[in-house]
Design a protein around this ligand. Structure first.
Ligand code: PBG
Length: 329
């Protein structure tokens, strides 16, 4: 039907009809707040991520309380490891008294209903900042790294983590972790697989936050994280992780990869998450600080776009702010 019978602006004319025809909603149920925890007192700002701080366990509990009150479903925990705890074999990663494990226990004892997601990857613990163990040539060994990741995931589950989230991109790690969790009796522990994780330059501020940037130096992660040029390969990664026992899959980074989110959701129809990563956050914050963008409007628009692309939820450094904005809207 052509104009004037069809006038798409009719439905846009009033708020009531705009609301009625709205296809996608963003709610607090869709948000996961990443948090950085350090083995020091108080809070320390992250220069490249204005508004984000590294938190002591005490301060983490304050943030968890705010998240609980706002009804954010879950936090994703990232430990900042002191240089002396880093090593070639990353053994601190599965220390039952390690920072991540202590933080999980503190969170679960104070806020049992708040979901706790842990990062399963060795980069905070390796002296070289790679997500795995190296051979003599500096190549990241796959199977030896998987063995280490299994120990790390088991220690998180034992501490009470609800969800373990392997973010390393080794082959076969989801299956190995799933089998080990079952054998240890952790049958309820969910696995959120960073299934399609790209070798992205947008992780820069995160590496500052956890202190792995200096260790990594000029090295990159292109021998295990995906090439940003590829999309079909992402579907293969997701298929394998689901086959190996992942409960949820993730695409990372977020906004530049919404085509991948859409294809994953359409192809598999499984719980699909996206990570609005540190660089995406930093870009919005920097533009807002300069008065070039409206922070609230742009952040909420970006988060809604993840939903429209098919994501069931988003890991976002804006999660707490967004929950407040949504509540006060
Ligand atoms: C490490 C990890 C990274 C992020 C989450 N887990 C960085 C990397 O792979 O180098 C990035 C998150 C962000 O940029 O916000 N395994």
């Amino acid at each position: 039907m052509a104009y004037p019978d069809t006038r798409l602006r009719r439905m846009r004319r009033d708020a009531f009809s705009r609301r009625l025809m709205r296809e996608t909603v963003l709610t607090t149920d869709d948000l996961i707040q990443p948090v950085f925890v350090h083995d020091a007192t108080g809070r320390a700002p992250v220069a490249s991520m204005p508004g984000v701080e590294r938190l002591s366990i005490d301060e983490l509990l304050r943030v968890a309380e705010a998240a609980s009150e706002l009804r954010i479903p879950a936090l994703a925990l990232f430990p900042v490891t002191a240089p002396e705890a880093k090593s070639l074999h990353a053994t601190a990663a599965w220390d039952e008294d390690g920072l991540a494990q202590r933080a999980v226990r503190a969170l679960k004892s104070r806020f049992p209903q708040l979901g706790v997601i842990t990062d399963v990857a060795l980069d905070p613990y390796t002296a070289h900042g790679q997500d795995g163990l190296l051979d003599d040539t500096g190549y990241v060994l796959n199977d030896a790294t998987v063995d280490a990741l299994v120990k790390q995931a088991l220690s998180h589950a034992a501490a009470g983590a609800d969800v373990v989230a392997p973010s390393d991109m080794m082959d076969g790690r989801i299956g190995a972790i799933r089998v080990a969790l079952e054998e240890a009796g952790h049958v309820h522990t969910r696995i959120l697989a960073y299934a399609a994780k790209y070798a992205s330059a947008f992780y820069g501020p995160f590496r500052d936050a956890v202190g792995s940037a200096a260790a990594l130096g000029k090295a990159d992660k292109t021998t295990y994280q995906m090439d940003p040029a590829n999309a079909d390969e992402a579907l293969r990664e997701v298929a394998l992780d689901l086959d190996e026992g992942a409960d949820m899959v993730m695409v990372k980074p977020g906004l530049p990869y919404l085509d991948i989110v859409r294809r994953v959701k359409d192809t598999f129809g499984v719980p699909t998450f996206a990570y609005q990563v540190s660089g995406e956050y930093a870009m919005l914050k920097a533009a807002a600080a300069n008065g070039w963008l409206d922070e609230r409007a742009c952040a909420l628009e970006a988060l809604l776009a993840f939903k429209r692309a098919g994501a069931d939820g988003v890991l976002s450094y804006f999660a707490l702010d967004a929950a407040r904005w949504l509540r006060d809207a």
